[in-house]
Each structure stands twice: as C-alpha cells, then as structure tokens.
Write a protein that binds this ligand. Structure first.
Ligand code: ADP
Ligand code: MG
Length: 309
C-alpha cells in the first residue's frame, strides 16, 4: 500500500534506506526531531541484525554456520525467528523463513530474467524446512541443521521494525504519526487514506482505497518484483513446497490489523496459501483483508465495508 493523502501542514519527515527498502517516519504537530532520530536509529540497528548481506549480521552468521554450529543472536533476532516459525506452522509451511535458498535462487533469476535449472530448483526446495531451525531460548542461540540452508527475514522484518517504531513513538507520547517502511504502513492518531496498488498499472495507481486509523496495513504482492517468460510470470514470493514462485491465483493480499509483524508474515504466507485457506487464519485473529486475484477481481472481508471505496 501507499499513502494517498499524506495530510500536509506542520510535519516533520525522516526518510532513509534500511531493510532493503525506503523508510519514512512522519510526525505531525509535535516537532521532535530527536524522537524521529531515535526511531531511525532503532531501525538501522534492526537492519544490522537482520540483513542477509551484511557480514556479521545475526542472519548472515546463522546462514554461514548452517550445519556447523549454533550462533548466539540478539533478543530482537530471537524474537522474530521464533514468531516467524509460529507463523510458518500456522500457514502450513506457506510462510517459511527457512526457504532462503529458494528465495535467493529466484532473486538472481529475476535480476537476470532467466529461469533457473530444474536441478537448482529441486536442490533449493529440499533445503527448506521449519523443523531445521533450532532455537534455544535459554542460550539465546539459533542453528540451522543442514549445510546450505538459509534464513531470509524479507517477509517479516519490515513488520517488526514498524511495530518497534510505534512502540518508541508511544513511549514519547507522540499521538499523530505515520510509519511507512516500504509499503508496510502504520497510521497513528489521525485517519489516513491508503491506496492499494493496482497490480496492472504503474506505481501510484490505486485499485481501491482504505481508510485507516490506529492500524497497520501491509500489502504483499507477486506483481511487485518479477519477469515474464513465455507468457508466465515469475516473481519473488516463493512457494516453499515447490521451490517456485507461488501460484495461488492472488496478485496481492492487503491486511489491516494491529501487529505489522503478524500482518507482514501472514500477507506473504497467504499469497502462497490462497484466499480460501487464508481466510480462517484472518478471522481467528480479527484481521481484515483485500484480495486482488489474477483476473483483477477485488474481494474484501466484511469488517472492511465501511472504510473501503
Ligand atoms: P516485499 O514487501 O518486499 O514484497 P513481502 O512481505 O511480500 O515483502 O515478502 C517477500 C520477501 O519474503 C521475499 O523477497 C523473500 O525475501 C521472502 N519470501 C519469499 N517467499 C517467502 C515465503 N514463502 N515465506 C517467507 N518468506 C518468503
Ligand atoms: Mg510479508
């Protein structure tokens, strides 16, 4: 999602790259640059712990030591890893942070617009497995059982960071703010109009709008990154069961709820799992949703009717 009408007027905005995206913190009325700075600092810390690519990050070390030795990790990392596993089980393995090898394979494929070989796909697919990530709470360590296995927090990290940003803002009694971490958005205080990207149009063209207040909104979309080959679209949301881009008939899943981390993981998972299997998970947790399917049809959950147009 993106913010349709960022209420102008007195505001302070901080924009910076982290977590593989562009992040924006907007504070209204209260001009407290040092609070925005604290939030930014926190997000950069999380980036340094979660990054796949930065040598020495917790995730980098877990991956580097896969099949070799347990790795002590920061409590932030431990928290996200253990919740990610929970979401994994809850989505029947559709959301799977241990599918990092397959994610990397397809990330490279998208970059070069070339389909990987069948043997590479099969090899990467066999490397995912929720039971292979061993978390030891008492020791604060993580361990991947098998050589070559890879954790990838790309489907959940922005959500956790957004929740943390809100926690800090609340601590400082900031009542009006907007967090936008690469389309993972939380509106605090005032109501905001969010545009749901039209998957068939260029960025910034909305298919529908939702009004959001004191809620998080997260979109996961297969239309975002990918390429076409012989009429088939290949993209960055991977079905861990096949080791290939998900094919659930959904182009995008937008979720509205309280925890951005939960929404982030479930949005990615439901892109894989599909609408029918996803709905019961959302109902149970009081999460509203907008689904856009391959044929451009838009469906919303009942609780959203008043705020959707
Ligand atoms: P984005 O906003 O970057 O599109 P998403 O929340 O949709 O993020 O997650 C996509 C990212 O999550 C991928 O780039 C990859 O790093 C990772 N990923 C892909 N497939 C899965 C999956 N089935 N389970 C968990 N993580 C995944
Ligand atoms: Mg996600």
């Amino acid at each position: 999602v993106y913010v349709r009408k960022d209420m102008r007027g007195k505001e302070l905005q901080k924009i910076f790259p982290a977590l593989g995206t562009i992040n924006t913190i907007t504070l209204y009325e209260s001009f407290a640059p040092e609070i925005a700075e604290q939030v930014k600092k926190r997000v950069l810390d999380l980036h340094r712990r979660f990054s796949l690519f930065e040598q020495g990050s917790d995730i980098f070390r877990i991956n580097e030591q896969a099949g070799i030795i347990t790795v002590p990790v920061h409590p932030d990392t431990f928290f996200v890893l253990s919740h990610a596993l929970d979401y994994g089980w809850e989505t029947q393995g559709a959301f799977d942070i241990t599918s990092g090898a397959a994610s990397r394979l397809w990330r490279d494929a998208i970059r070069s617009a070339q389909i990987p070989s069948e043997s590479d796909i099969a090899g990467c697919r066999s490397l995912s497995g929720l039971t292979d990530l061993i978390l030891d709470k008492a020791d604060g360590t993580a361990f991947l059982r098998r050589n070559g296995q890879q954790i990838d927090l790309g489907g959940i990290a922005k959500g956790y960071a957004a929740d943390e940003a809100v926690r800090i803002l609340k601590k400082y009694k900031v009542h009006n703010a907007l967090i936008n971490f690469g389309g993972t958005v939380i509106a605090i205080g005032r109501e905001q109009k969010m545009g749901i990207q039209n998957p068939f149009q260029k960025n910034g063209e909305s298919m529908a709008d939702v009004m959001v207040k004191n809620k998080a909104v997260v979109t996961s979309g297969s239309y975002e990154r990918g390429f076409f080959f012989e009429g088939i679209r290949y993209h960055h949301i991977i079905d861990p069961r096949t080791g290939r881009p998900a094919d659930s008939e959904l182009l995008s899943v937008t979720l509205i709820g309280d925890s951005a981390m939960e929404l982030d993981a479930l949005a990615t998972g439901i892109c894989v799992l599909g609408e029918e299997k996803g709905l019961p998970l959302l109902e149970k947790r009081g999460i509203e949703a907008v689904f856009i399917s391959n044929d451009g049809e838009v469906r919303i959950t009942r609780g959203l009717q008043r705020d959707f147009f």
